[in-house]
Design a protein around this ligand. Structure first.
Ligand code: HEM
Length: 497
């Protein structure tokens, strides 16, 4: 019962402090919306459906407003024509100030700014995820993907038998294992150990929104235990035994080793954070990409034909005993697939781009509008409102797999109020905080589709319409509220000798 008393004291203290020290709007600042609940403000409505709340506030208060959410005053800039102004204010609006507050609470390592030069070195290490380094990473990924798929497609009922699974469960299993071994290397653990790790990851991830909302982890005791176990998986002594880790992880370990005051478990916590970054969004993205394709016969047949044409495999049925290569040039030629992928990301992403003001300054948003910001203020973009804007995307709720194509080529021009938008699709964030794994993530998703569509038959079973789990709004790609059943089998399976 001690912890209940502690929670009550903690909450009462927060309510008292927020009533006593609450913010007051100053001249030149955006409209201030505190809501009726001290400290919490509009946190509950935001947690239930952020898009609905922000659209309501935009209609009432205009394109820029400050709202109280669980003790934080956040200024939202809602007009996408104003996004470039926010992204460009890099000198005064910083992302890493925010990530240095969020990451320790969520992943359990000390703020990077405490270690001279660490943040800069880590930023530079992101180059190992793209450019010239991407082909090698993608090649390893494809090899691992084929191996893991081969295992999952082997049916106890013999070759050609259908198996059933939840589609989300299937994508979780495949993408978790493949990403883990591709990024960290082959581990000493058995497949059963990996399943336990995956299970713990799922438990941690389900509580992630509370950690980001800064609920102290000691209040979520099971999560604290699960996080400790996940972190200890990445203990440097264990990692030293893993085979063939990516260059990115090798370099990250070298950087961390330079800092003697960083303990082994803090070192491990950094790696755990990368695991979350690399699969936390990729898993739900894989689900929606596959789900929408399977739901649209036209999209499915167009994308399947495109893969076969680009790879020159028109008359061939691949079996899991045959190898298969996929170059970057080939992946780039898959324009229908890329459009289908972008459309799925548009429909499922709800990330929030956050910046912290490093000084008092005036934020100029266009020729007419500017607002005063205070040092420490949080400014946010919420691109889901742009992705669902009917002026930019007619019938925004509808999946149109070729929406991002024009005359068979990638479409780059989207308009709002008849004016071309600089940013129109932002699942990976923007500017200095843009996801460094985005090219790898897209390659992973394309490879997954190639393998699924070339090697297998896969069908959704009858189901009620799916909904996005809005309780994770702000964190990235939203999972569905419920899984959907599907059946699958290899087109041409020859068991391994
Ligand atoms: C579909 C899959 C993915 C999506 C939608 C996604 C999206 C994002 C977003 C929205 C951010 C934050 C950007 C911001 O706040 O402005 C981010 C950060 C990050 N992502 Fe991804 N991501 C994906 C896959 C990956 C993968 C596969 C990796 C690594 C292999 C990765 C590594 C990272 C890292 C390390 C950061 C933090 C960057 C920093 O601290 O500056 N992501 N991602």
């Amino acid at each position: 019962m001690d912890w209940i008393a502690a929670v009550l004291v903690f909450v009462s203290l927060l309510l008292f402090l927020s009533a006593a020290l609450g913010r007051r709007r100053r001249e030149g600042e955006p409209p201030l919306i505190k809501g009726y609940l001290p400290f919490l403000g509009h946190a509950f409505e935001f947690g239930q459906d952020a898009l609905k709340l922000l659209t309501k506030l935009q209609n009432k208060h205009g394109d820029v407003f400050t709202v109280l959410l669980a003790g934080k005053y956040i200024t939202f800039v809602m007009d996408p024509h104003m996004y470039p102004a926010v992204v460009k204010h890099g000198r005064q609006l910083d992302f890493h100030e925010f990530s240095d507050q969020m990451a320790p609470a969520s992943f359990g390592y000390p703020p990077m700014r405490k270690f001279s030069g660490m943040g800069e070195q880590v930023q530079r290490s992101f180059r190992l995820l793209h450019g010239d380094h991407l082909p090698a990473l993608s090649k390893t990924m494809l090899r691992n993907l084929l191996q893991v798929m081969k295992h999952h497609f082997r049916s106890d009922q013999g070759p050609g038998a259908w198996q059933e699974s939840g589609l989300y469960e299937f994508c979780h299993r495949i993408m978790f294992e493949v990403s883990l071994v591709t990024i960290y290397g082959h581990q000493i653990d058995t497949r059963e150990d990996l399943e336990h790790l995956r299970d713990k990851f799922e438990k941690f991830d389900s509580m992630f929104p509370l950690l980001v909302a800064r609920v102290p982890i000691w209040l979520l005791r099971k999560t604290q235990t699960v996080r400790k176990e996940l972190i200890s998986h990445f203990h440097p002594q264990r990692m030293a035994k893993w085979d063939n880790p990516s260059e990115f992880i090798k370099h990250r370990s070298e950087i961390l080793h330079q800092y003697n005051t960083l303990g082994d478990l803090e070192h491990a916590a950094h790696h755990f954070a990368v695991l979350w970054a690399s699969v936390g969004n990729t898993i739900p993205a894989a689900f929606w990409v596959v789900y929408y394709l399977l739901s649209s016969p036209e999209a499915l047949s167009t994308v399947r034909s495109e893969i076969k044409a680009v790879l020159g495999l028109e008359d061939k049925q691949l079996s899991f005993s045959e190898d298969f290569t996929l170059t970057h040039e080939q992946l780039e030629k898959l324009t229908y697939m890329e459009s289908a992928l972008n459309e799925s990301l548009r429909l499922s992403t709800a990330s929030m781009n956050i910046r912290v003001a490093l000084e008092d300054f005036s934020l100029r948003l266009d020729a007419k509008k500017s607002f005063n910001m205070r040092k420490g203020d949080t400014i946010a973009l919420y691109p889901q409102s742009m992705h669902m804007d009917p002026d930019i995307y007619p019938e925004p709720e509808v999946y149109k797999f070729d929406r991002f194509l024009e005359d068979g080529k990638p479409r780059m021009e989207f308009l709002k109020n008849n004016k071309r938008l600089h940013y129109y699709l932002m699942p990976f964030g923007s500017g200095s905080s843009m996801c460094p794994g985005r090219f790898f993530a897209l390659a992973e998703l394309k490879q997954l589709l190639c393998v699924l569509l070339l090697y297998s038959e896969i069908e959704l079973l009858p189901h009620a319409p799916l909904k996005l789990d809005m309780s994770r709004s702000g964190l990235g790609i939203l999972p569905p509220t419920k899984d959907v059943q599907m059946r699958f089998r290899a087109c041409n399976f020859e068991p391994e000798e």
